[in-house]
Write a protein that binds this ligand. Structure first.
Ligand SMILES: NC(=O)c1ccc[n+]([C@@H]2O[C@H](COP(=O)([O-])OP(=O)(O)OC[C@H]3O[C@@H](n4cnc5c(N)ncnc54)[C@H](O)[C@@H]3O)[C@@H](O)[C@H]2O)c1
Length: 423
């Protein structure tokens, strides 16, 4: 691995950039944030200060941890983090007013795109043309047309592109993928997924709840968190679907609930349920995947858990998935599936957002293949756009979407949404 740390720029210094400041402080041994950009100067100023403080805290923590490392290797690694974080804390992070300005900074090798879901196309294409690698937080693109233009630019430039998809990395999800991939479940008959989240009306402020700001609702902006691991586990693209989607129980322009029945290329059928209406309660998982095979079935749950203060909480900066297998009549298949657990023991049970970002940086440092081929997040966008088309037209939809279809571009929208009174 190259010893030089990768020089990173943050584009967008809003809410989520605070989490990324902590993430990058923990990644000081492999990367250093050298620049930030936001249209709002105060935000950029604040975030560079937050980053500097995060580096200083990380240096202090790593120095304190180092003597207690369980081996010479671990102690040396902590020491390396401490020195790198200390150096980063002493370096002035440059501040810019837009992605265009930041991309003029020759030192920046990779951008972390932390803008709203509809600000993806221009920064990604501009970054690729500048030879920068790209990590995006949030949906890849608001339309298939945009996703295709981004993929073309990324592939032409030969840079790495990663659309955040943390839920595929915890041990339980990797186990589920191996169960399907290995054939140990037998032929797949059904695959269904649920996202059971809750967003009250008060969540829909600013750009949330609008087509122009958010680009889509439950299936698009939130559902992708579970759609990505689901489609990865199923290992077969969606080829046809029929959906209902709308602003159920909420005043929003797009949808708070979408429900689709789908057919996969491998012949299996299933469903995609993306809800922002699920009150937290003990028997409802945050996310759930069920796959029915000929020999056995699997169930993956992303559970809510009881916080220390007795409130049902969701995940914070990590993902966890619990996977169970069952078979009514094939104990040998069940045994073979259970034996897969040993293969995934070294994978973190709770995969943090930092873990995923480190994997992304390692693909740059080692010049290895992107973590996820770019046609994967592109397919997610296409599935969601097909859900909207089906819901809008009341008809089944086959994929791929035609390039002249309004739902291939971002012009196709659900029209029964409610315009929000205030912005
Ligand atoms: N905030 C959260 O808790 C949270 C959680 C999970 C995911 N996300 C995802 O993170 C992404 C960003 O969300 P957020 O809440 O941080 O949004 P935000 O609106 O708080 O911040 C986005 C920032 O991007 C800036 N920006 C827009 N265009 C720009 C440009 N061309 N150059 C530089 N800066 C530009 C805006 O000025 C704004 O400050 C979204 O895709 C969201 O889905 C956010």
């Amino acid at each position: 691995m190259a010893t030089e740390r990768i020089k990173v720029g943050f584009i967008g210094c809003g809410g989520i950039s605070r989490m990324y400041a902590d993430i990058y402080a923990g990644l000081a041994d492999i990367a250093q944030v050298v620049a930030v950009a936001d249209l709002v100067d105060d935000l950029a100023e604040n975030r560079r200060q937050v980053l500097t403080d995060a580096y200083a805290s990380e240096a202090y923590r790593a120095r304190a941890r180092a003597p207690f490392g369980r081996s010479d290797e671990v102690r040396a690694a902590e020491q390396k983090v401490a020195e790198a974080a200390e150096a980063a804390a002493k370096t002035t992070i440059r501040k810019y007013r837009s992605h265009e300005e930041l991309l003029q900074d020759d030192e920046v090798q990779a951008i972390i795109l932390l803008t709203t879901p509809t600000v993806r196309l221009e920064p990604t294409i501009a970054a690729a043309e500048s030879g920068c690698h790209i990590f995006t937080q949030g949906p890849m693109a608001r339309s298939v047309e945009e996703a295709d233009a981004m993929a073309t630019a990324v592939q032409k430039a030969g840079v790495k592109f990663h659309s955040q998809c943390g839920a595929r990395y915890p041990r339980g999800m990797v186990l589920a993928r191996r169960a399907v991939e290995s054939g140990k479940l037998g032929q797949i008959g059904s695959a269904r997924v649920e996202l059971n989240w809750y967003r009250p009306q008060t969540y829909y402020r600013g750009w949330h709840g609008t087509w122009d700001g958010e680009g889509g609702g439950a299936a698009f902006h939130h559902g992708r968190y579970i759609l990505d691991p689901f489609l990865w586990v199923v290992n077969s693209p969606v080829v046809e679907l029929f959906a209902y989607a709308g602003p159920m129980l909420r005043q929003v322009e797009h949808e708070s609930l979408s429900q689709a029945v789908v057919r996969f290329a491998n012949g299996a059928t299933g469903s995609i349920h993306a809800s922002l209406l699920n009150h937290r309660q003990p028997l409802t998982p945050e996310g759930r995947i069920e796959i029915l095979g000929y020999d056995a079935a699997l169930l993956v749950g992303e559970e809510y858990y009881l916080n220390d203060n007795g409130v049902l909480g969701g995940r914070g900066n990590y993902w966890q998935a619990d996977t169970a297998f069952g078979s009514s009549d094939n104990p040998a298949a069940l045994k073979a599936l259970e034996s897969l657990r040993a293969e995934v023991e070294s994978i973190p049970e709770r995969a943090s957002e930092e873990y995923q970002s480190r994997l992304f940086l390692e693909t740059i440092a080692n010049d290895t293949e992107p973590l996820v081929p770019i046609d994967v997040p592109r397919h997610h966008v296409e599935v969601v756009r097909a859900i909207y088309k089906s819901a809008a037209e009341g008809q089944p939809v086959t994929l791929p979407l035609d390039k002249n279809d309004p739902f291939y571009s971002s012009s196709g929208r659900l029209t029964h949404g409610v315009k929000r009174a205030e912005r």
